[in-house]
Design a protein. Structure first.
Length: 529
């Protein structure tokens, strides 16, 4: 999967009792009392928010707990400082756009961060729990683009969550399944997310949040994670709304069958010279991470493990067994780009036809009808569309379609078009369209923390609008509100589906892309990442 991404209550009584957000002394930090002890955070006088960072939501998954489901945190005595981000999970430096504030990198990484506008506990504010993207191989809750302050200032308790990645988060082995009471293996990163959601149920009231008003959100692998949490019976009841930005574990991004995951896991174990989970657990994390990145090693990503995912997500959504909650989701106008389709050849009709024949084989003629290339402009548009569809837009569409058919709750579908402006250093002009991950800073209100681009007033206006939609949805399950262009829920109209364009010209449109996505689903129904 990484190669694809590189192309571009068991509900416990509320034990959380106190949040001292209005300190008696101006220099006293905010303190929250949760199930495992007291936390001391930071008050930001500029934003008016209280911030609690590096909160452990599960025991460190190290030693014998490597490749185990997340275990409970041990309570602590006294007050624990929650003033800086914890370590990010083990990952290779693959993505150049990730700007971390984490305290280094470690297997001991199961921490979350909270930004809250609450002045006292039990204010029952809506909650957003956000999962980062990065192909299940990178990312961290400390990244500037995921900072929770802007949405928190809109009255939302905002949470970012770290979860295990790569070989540490998704290795599957028969021997690990034998250890499991559920006979499951893999998906440890998804189980981490589930543990974080259960932590939120127990503790978020201490930060002024309402455990009955939780929205889960994420981008790319984070969006895929949201679709997975909605599908898993383990997470039912832990969230009331969901936001997906570019990605799902449906369609061409479906998880691996368990047999394949086990086979790949055994091959990896042999590759590193181990013969048992015990020997693997004794190995250095750095050695394992390096081996996972070698060219011949398949990427590690979600599995139909029989436990977190008792059957394929397609089956779960088709049966209506997923969470029946409002869903806001969409994709961007340039999730991929035409040069990747053309193998960097000139955008001529002959080159384009040859590239499409290579890509689609016996289906090329049908593909060319859906993605025509008779002129240079048409080739660029169609090439960008097919690259983005095959990468991630079709999987996002599949999620929208199945949730609308069986989810028994409103679905809001967007198409983000705001291209990022020129770079401040002059090294590149504006993007041609909205690239993969390009919406994050707009949606979460973090343009000012990205110092790469020369943001314009128009960009800030789009960000304000997008934050308004997101905040309304998090609060009510409906993105509409005063001062925002009307956004209809998905419905059939004139042979297409209602969809909201979000950009400098925000408006509803009738989307007729279904034929493209149905074609891709039909010709490659068994595709995996």
């Amino acid at each position: 999967m990484l190669t694809v991404f590189m192309r571009i209550r068991c509900i416990l009584p509320a034990m959380a009792i106190a949040l001292a957000t209005s300190a008696t002394a101006s220099d006293s930090p905010p303190v929250a009392t949760i199930a495992t002890g007291k936390l001391s955070g930071v008050h930001d006088s500029k934003t008016g928010l209280n911030e609690f960072k590096g909160i452990p939501y599960a025991a460190p998954p190290v030693g014998p707990l490597r490749w185990k489901p997340p275990q409970p945190v041990t309570a602590w005595a006294g007050t624990r400082q929650a003033e800086q981000f914890g370590p990010r999970c083990m990952q290779r430096p693959i993505f150049s756009d990730m700007m971390f504030r984490s305290n280094g990198m470690s297997e001991n990484c199961l921490y979350l961060n909270i930004w809250t506008p609450a002045r006292q506990p039990n204010e029952k504010l809506p909650v957003l729990v956000y999962f980062y993207g990065g192909g299940f191989s990178g990312g961290d809750g400390s990244e500037y683009r995921y900072d929770g302050a802007s949405l928190a200032q809109r009255g939302i308790v905002t949470v970012t969550v770290n979860y295990r990645l790569d070989v540490f988060g998704f290795l599957a082995l028969p021997a690990l399944a034998a250890e499991s009471p559920q006979h499951a293996t893999g998906n440890y990163g998804l189980l981490d997310q589930n543990a974080a959601l259960r932590w939120v149920q127990r503790n978020i009231a201490a930060f002024g949040g309402d455990p009955d008003q939780v929205t889960i959100g994420g981008e790319s692998a984070g969006s895929m994670s949201v679709s997975a949490q909605m599908a898993s019976p383990l997470s039912k009841g832990l969230m009331q709304r969901a936001i997906g930005e570019s990605g799902s574990i449906l369609g061409n991004l479906k998880p691996r069958p368990l047999a394949l995951a086990k086979q790949q896991g055994e091959a990896f174990q042999q590759r590193v010279g181990a013969h048992s989970p015990e020997q693997l657990r004794a190995m250095s994390a750095d050695v394992l991470l390096k081996a996972a990145g070698e060219k011949e090693v398949p990427e590690f990503y979600p599995t139909v493990d029989g436990y977190f995912l008792p059957r394929s997500p397609e089956d779960i959504y088709q049966a209506g067994a997923q969470a029946h909650i409002p869903l806001l989701l969409g994709s961007n106008s340039q999730e991929g780009d035409y040069p990747s389709v053309l193998d960097d050849q000139a955008p001529t009709p002959a080159n384009y036809r040859a590239a499409m024949e290579k890509r689609f084989g016996v289906h090329a003629a049908e593909a060319l009808k859906l993605y025509p290339g008779r002129t240079e402009a048409e080739i660029k548009a169609s090439g960008t569309a097919v690259a983005g569809d095959q990468f991630i837009a079709s999987a996002t569409w599949r999620w929208m379609k199945l949730q609308r058919q069986t989810g028994r709750a409103p679905v809001y579908y967007y198409y983000f078009t705001q291209a990022r402006p020129a770079k401040l250093d002059g090294s590149a002009g504006p993007d041609a369209g909205a690239v993969h991950s390009g919406e994050i800073e707009y949606a979460l209100g973090n343009l000012s923390s990205n110092h790469v681009y020369a943001w314009t007033p128009a960009d800030h206006q789009v960000s304000d609008l997008m934050q308004g939609y997101w905040a309304n949805f998090i609060k009510t399950g409906n993105p509409n509100g005063a001062g925002l262009p009307a956004w209809p829920a998905v419905a059939s109209k004139n042979g297409g589906l209602l969809r909201q364009v979000i950009g400098a010209d925000t408006h509803e449109l009738i989307d007729h892309s279904a034929a493209r996505y149905e074609f891709l689903q039909r010709i490659d129904p068994d595709a995996h990442l």
